[in-house]
Design a protein around this ligand. Sequence first.
Ligand code: ADP
Length: 247
Amino acid sequence: MALIEIKNASMGYEGKIVLSDINLKINEGDYVCIVGENGSGKTTLMKCLLGLLSVQSGSISYGDGLKQSEIGYLPQQTVLQKDFPASVSEVVLSGCLNKKHTLFYSKEQKETAAKNMELTGIYPLRKKCFRELSGGQRQRVLLARALCATHKLLILDEPVTGLDPKASADMYALIKNLNKNDITIIMVSHDITASVNNASKILHLSKNTYFYGTAHQYLHSDIGRKFMITDCPCDDCRHNHRGGALQ
Ligand code: ADP
């Protein structure tokens, strides 16, 4: 069974359907980028996946024993987050609170936080104050925090927004590495080129329609051709591109 299956789903708000008749499966190990213009419904879909909003009709089901509370979520950075007066390790540990509501962190939770700080390269910064960090470092802390809630699925909302090119490239490399280590990724992005270069599947939401398929299929689709300015980077196409245009 798929990790997530959306069947005939309509999503939206009271008196307003934003997305209708969505059918798609996300499998374990997929790296899905959700793209689309502002207002196309990316956030609405994310809220439904996280269980913050109910589907208006149809269904979203989860396979492999996944519970909504076990989805790691990296929200968009806000000004408030930047000023958070806590240490790096406290911020990361707070990601474990999803699981158990106790006053103290268990040894297991502390080990999980330490492992995720190692994984995201921020362990040496663990005693620093969160607000003293650079934008890229802060995003890695919040990624480690999101990882504390899951070992299966991460949902990331525009994780490189506001980062410089080097920090963005580092973030993309880190996310790719997590995906290689069996974490399924669903990422909302405004950067279609980076999405195609990194993701295995693209979900492009557009007014009254959507595209869902591999990055390769996307680049050869009408909607992909309209939005993309680069050639398909896959091995087959690169081969075809030798000496000229796409065949
Ligand atoms: P995106 O994330 O792609 O920019 P959204 O999912 O935020 O798009 O919004 C899709 C549509 O839903 C927009 O027309 C937006 O105005 C509307 N919308 C978003 N949140 C609400 C809400 N809480 N109540 C009613 N309409 C909303």
